[in-house]
Ligand binder design. Sequence first.
Ligand SMILES: *[C@@H]1O[C@H](CO)[C@@H](O)[C@H](O)[C@H]1NC(C)=O
Ligand SMILES: *[C@@H]1O[C@H](CO)[C@@H](O)[C@H](O)[C@H]1NC(C)=O
Ligand SMILES: *[C@@H]1O[C@H](CO)[C@@H](O)[C@H](O)[C@H]1NC(C)=O
Length: 345
Amino acid sequence: MKVLVALLLLVQLLSCKAVPFDPSHPLHLRFLDCDDPESEEAAAIAVDYINAHHHHGYKYALNSIEKIKVLPRRPTGEIFDLELDLLETVCHIVNPLPVENCTVRPLTDHVVEGDCDVKLLKLDGHFSVLSTQCHSTPDSAEDVTQICPNCPTLALLNDTRVITAVDLALAQYNRGQDGAFFKLLEIGRAQIQHFPDIVDVEFAIVATTCSAKDAQEHVGDCQLLPKDQVQFGFCNAAVLTKNNITVSCTIYEHQPGVTHHHLTHDHLGGQLPTVVKGFKHHDLRHSHHSSVHGKSESSSAEAFVGLPPAVPVVKRSVDPAIPAPPVGPGPKLPVCPGRIRHFQV
Ligand SMILES: *[C@@H]1O[C@H](CO)[C@@H](O)[C@H](O)[C@H]1NC(C)=O
Ligand SMILES: *[C@@H]1O[C@H](CO)[C@@H](O)[C@H](O)[C@H]1NC(C)=O
Ligand SMILES: *[C@@H]1O[C@H](CO)[C@@H](O)[C@H](O)[C@H]1NC(C)=O
């Protein structure tokens, strides 16, 4: 028996020694390429989570997985640490389309890029999000005009011309239909063209208890529909003068359980939300800590809106002329960043 134990210990000792020691790569790290299907699965879950907890503006689509790190978790499971590059889509958060079906804005439409650090737990083959930390930035106006000299760039969401254009466009929409009267929920983005001066706006709307006709007489009495009937819409409009407005709105079916309470609650006083004053887009910036299997973590399901210090967006320069470093003998290093799904900003 003693011999057996000694033998076992010896085997263990030998097998430990057999692993090469490299201080920069801890032994317990499992390497995954950024384009590994397992990395992509984790990223897809993270993106869905980010979109579900993003309270203003548009849904974001994955552009590339920049980094991934896998660490063991005691007593079981693994922690996935990901850095993701996202792009704004044309779908506002009130749009029920899944993000996979939402078009990413082309470079000529002044793209907005998102950067997220995400932590997930993988337990028994299932991922759950532990935390996310994101921020987003519009491409520079110089970049836009360089590829498209006449393309309008993003305007401030609280620009007087923008607010006037939204009011005129929504009034025209309400005059032209005989369904419910809609109120403004949020201005999504705005661009001002010159010669001729056209204000292009996008905005989310919400249905009230009034019909569009009733509202002409007593708009003050028009309340939002109750939570279990709440109905949203989204409009695109181009406003040249007050008599020359093109507006088109899509009204979505009521979706059970979807209330967007933060939008309906906070921003319907007729006032612009403070979050947009002085900004050209709705920042993806938020950090969120979920309560998955965590005893020490808060069990709140609400997103915690924190304000981490601003971090400049570091633009990655990929030179296709530089070949990938040769894979020689020794430990295999993960291949990152991963492929770009849309385009390089
Ligand atoms: C989303 O796209 C998929 C694949 O293209 C399609 O099968 C599905 O019907 C679309 N869903 C919606 C809601 O449009
Ligand atoms: C609105 O402006 C456009 C662009 O200048 C012009 O082509 C169109 O005829 C105008 N429509 C009306 C109704 O004035
Ligand atoms: C927009 O908001 C910013 C920040 O509150 C303010 O400085 C600016 O004057 C506002 N612009 C307009 C046109 O109201």
